[in-house]
Design a protein around this ligand. Structure first.
Ligand SMILES: *[C@@H]1O[C@H](CO)[C@@H](O)[C@H](O)[C@H]1NC(C)=O
Ligand SMILES: *[C@@H]1O[C@H](CO)[C@@H](O)[C@H](O)[C@H]1NC(C)=O
Ligand SMILES: *[C@@H]1O[C@H](CO)[C@@H](O)[C@H](O)[C@H]1NC(C)=O
Ligand SMILES: *[C@@H]1O[C@H](CO)[C@@H](O)[C@H](O)[C@H]1NC(C)=O
Ligand SMILES: *[C@@H]1O[C@H](CO)[C@@H](O)[C@H](O)[C@H]1NC(C)=O
Ligand SMILES: CC(=O)N[C@H]1CO[C@H](CO)[C@@H](O)[C@@H]1O
Length: 703
């Protein structure tokens, strides 16, 4: 009885909200005069005649616009289906204003990727645009080209240093190129320009953005808040005369992409207006996001009295809670089990002193598992790297610490030596030898770093192989690395390659802490059977080593989004060149032909053999080392790395998901013809174009 009543009540309420929402919009449009666009949409639910979507973008049943899901290497576009007039009769760009609410959801324990962008474009399809860092906006040949006529504001959750990204949580203004004209780390302003707090784009919380262009000042501005109150402070602004960039008629909407990591990008509501202010959106009236129970979070948000989005509040409360609990306990309390583990235990005080209080100046970088600080051990001048890992499951921690401590007994010149450890509440601190030359990937992929000669590269490869052989076969028990990649190969002062982070991937299985980002390794290095069974073996390590080999020779990542679609998957590209007898074409051009041809061919061939889909076709590490030392001769023939034909795999990730959505020109032109049947009456649009406003927002979903 009670239940059915409250259901009716709910329905009545949502009907009221529907009309409340409907009414303020239409009269406003009437005031503008001129022919009306049929623009009010009750959420994205009935938006199929208003929004054109392509790629993996879709309007979901719950009336959310989802630009991408968490499949890797995809693009999603959603544009208002009719063109909007952006220039007045004297051919100058008019002012415009837009506001939208978005959320970036990432599977637990996964890294976010790649980002979304508010986009003004001459086409709705952006044909041949690429995923990954290109955000579905450009491709490698047209980025930076004046003929793109694309203006975008990106919300980027991956740092691509090759495109000058400042960090993995930034907003940028992109004119005709993914290299931002200007960008800023996402922050929330609290009342003044100086009072600001971090705002995580990928927290999963709803964030509202306001973008305005003032044609008098030639100024494009971006504001950001995790709630409906528009801040006075500007996050990002750019002086630009858009008259030179935009065409008379343009499409507006959104583009998003995923790369070697993936998130679901959602737009919850959107309003847009030329020559006037866009309506503000009220976040609590927008349809709820999937999975997370929002109502509970809102409740907490109210209690705390913070006007931040639900998810952010929960995170802050948790962090605060942790902090308070830690303050109360304070203790460095050493538990009984820790005494059993042995003498490698450092005190927290020692490490705090060594790293100058874990200060930002000592920060070496962010590893997959946490921050890494540089330090100098008191009383010894030994330089160390301290990796700080947060972990919340105590039982797992004990097991893990004993495991790590036993790994402290591993000794090999090609492993980064673990010197000791320390536990403080849920924080685990691991102390390693300091490697002055940093990680290998920087030398391979960053233009600014000195390049590595072939001699150095081959020495590094051989070193890593012998370190991995030691882990697999030469210690008292077999140790799997599970996360072999260029970023985990560190270089000492003499450019010897040393493996780091061995065994750490296991930590992820014990805890559920989302800050331990990597569940099973890194896409592109993941053996296909691993993606299927989740069970790592020595031969899945060999697969990753194969990817590393190719990477070192070619100077390209296992998945290269800069490349043409044929070059996307490095193994396939190397294989194609091998098959065509043009194998030296794949060698890193930075080597400028200064290399030992026999060694290069050996490394490429071995890379292909290790990258075979079938675990039984891969050599063991012992064989690999003997091939590299030229003690064994590689077989003349190399089998196709991907046994299943038709390019069915994505360097180890099942590619079935991605292939249909992957942006090839043909898939786009097909989409285009489907969607342009909507709103083809250009004349009407032309008339309406001068002041077009629409507001795609909030159907209330039964609250
Ligand atoms: C993502 O969307 C595509 C196309 O809509 C679909 O084929 C794929 O299975 C989805 N992937 C996931 C992980 O849900
Ligand atoms: C890049 O995009 C442009 C325009 O969208 C297209 O003409 C060109 O063919 C694309 N280039 C590649 C390599 O796909
Ligand atoms: C910034 O924008 C202008 C257009 O006004 C463009 O020509 C220029 O290349 C951009 N600069 C960068 C660094 O992207
Ligand atoms: C067009 O816009 C420019 C810039 O806002 C303005 O200076 C100009 O007067 C406008 N022209 C017309 C005909 O409205
Ligand atoms: C912007 O560029 C247009 C076209 O080049 C020019 O006519 C106009 O005066 C410029 N506007 C301003 C405000 O500088
Ligand atoms: C202007 C511009 O941004 N050009 C870049 C386009 O992408 C290629 C490949 O990454 C770069 O080399 C260009 O600098």
């Amino acid at each position: 009885m009670l239940n059915s009543f409250s259901l009716m009540e709910q329905k009545f309420f949502s009907l009221c909200v529907f009309f409340l929402l409907l009414y303020p919009v239409k009269p406003d449009l009437d005031n503008i005069g001129g022919p009306l666009l049929d623009v009010f949409i009750d959420g994205f639910g009935d938006a199929s005649n208003t929004m054109s979507v392509d790629g993996v973008a879709a309007i979901e049943k719950n009336r959310l616009l989802r630009l991408t899901n968490d499949s890797l290497g995809t693009v999603g576009h959603a544009f208002y289906s009719r063109p909007i007039r952006f220039k007045n009769s004297s051919g100058e760009a008019m002012s415009f204003s837009t506001s939208f609410a978005f959320a970036i959801l990432t599977g637990q324990g996964k890294q976010a990727g790649e980002g979304l962008a508010f986009t003004i474009s001459p086409t709705k399809e952006l044909p041949a645009s690429l995923p990954g860092p290109y955000l579905g906006l450009f491709n490698a040949s047209n980025n930076g080209s004046f003929s793109n006529h694309v203006v975008a504001v990106e919300f980027d959750t991956v740092q691509d240093s090759q495109f000058g990204d400042i960090d993995d949580n930034h907003v940028g203004i992109d004119i005709n190129s993914v290299v931002s004209n200007t960008s800023a780390t996402a922050v929330q302003f609290k009342g003044s320009d100086t009072n600001k707090v971090d705002l995580s784009l990928k927290s999963g919380g709803v964030i509202q953005a306001w973008i305005e262009y003032d044609s008098q000042l030639n100024q494009l501005e971006v504001k950001l808040a995790p709630d409906s109150s528009r801040p006075r402070s500007v996050l990002l602004s750019c002086k630009v005369n858009l008259s030179k960039i935009l065409q008379e008629y343009m499409y507006v909407g959104f583009s998003a992409s995923t790369g070697s990591s993936a998130s679901s990008h959602y737009i919850l509501g959107w309003s847009f207006n030329v020559n006037g202010d866009a309506k503000n959106l009220y976040l609590d009236k927008l349809p709820p996001l999937p999975t997370v129970p929002r109502s509970k979070k809102n409740h907490i948000a109210i209690i705390v009295g913070l006007s931040v989005s639900g998810a952010l509040a929960v995170i802050m409360v948790t962090v605060l809670g942790f902090y308070i609990v830690r303050k109360i306990k304070r203790a460095d309390a050493v538990e009984a089990w820790e005494h059993d583990i042995g003498p490698q235990r450092f005190s927290y005080k020692q490490l705090k002193k060594a790293t100058a209080g874990f200060g930002d100046r000592e920060l070496l970088g962010f590893g997959g598992f946490g921050r890494v600080y540089k330090g100098t051990l008191p009383n010894s001048d030994t330089q160390v790297a301290v990796k700080r890992i947060s972990h919340d499951s105590k039982q797992g921690l004990q097991e893990f610490v004993s495991e790590v401590a036993s790994m402290g007994r591993l000794r090999h010149r090609n492993l980064v030596q673990l010197l000791g450890w320390c536990r403080r509440q849920g924080d685990l601190l691991l102390v390693y030898d300091f490697m002055p030359n940093g990680s290998l990937d920087k030398y391979l992929f960053e233009e600014s770093k000195a390049f590595l000669s072939w001699e150095k590269r081959f020495k590094i490869i051989k070193g890593v192989a012998s370190g991995l052989l030691y882990l697999h076969e030469e210690w008292e028990q077999a140790v799997l690395h599970r996360d072999i990649k260029a970023g985990n190969v560190l270089l000492d002062s003499e450019f010897n390659g040393k493996l780091s982070d061995f065994g750490l991937a296991k930590l992820c299985e014990h805890g559920s802490n989302p800050s331990t980002t990597r569940v099973m390794g890194t896409p592109g290095y993941l053996a296909p059977e691993l993606a299927r069974t989740g069970k790592p073996t020595t031969s899945s390590d060999v697969f990753a080593f194969g990817a590393l080999l190719l990477e070192v020779v070619c100077g390209r990542r296992p998945m290269d989004f800069k490349a043409s679609p044929e070059g996307l998957v490095l193994v396939d590209w190397v294989w194609e060149n091998w098959r065509e007898g043009a194998i030296l074409d794949v060698v890193d051009p930075r080597l400028q032909d200064k290399f030992d041809e026999i060694e290069v061919v050996l490394a490429l061939k071995l890379g292909l053999i290790c990258s075979n889909d079938a675990p039984e076709a891969r050599p063991t590490m012992r064989q690999v080392v003997r091939y590299l030392e030229k003690e064994l001769v590689l077989p003349e023939e190399v089998a196709v790395p991907h046994g299943r034909k038709g390019g069915a795999t994505f360097s180890g990730i099942e590619f079935g998901d991605c292939t249909p959505s992957y942006p090839t020109t043909s898939s786009y032109s097909r989409k285009a013809s489907t969607w342009t049947s909507v709103g083809t009456n250009l004349d009407a649009d032309v008339e309406a174009g001068l002041t077009s406003e629409f507001s795609v927002s909030s159907g209330d979903d039964g609250r």
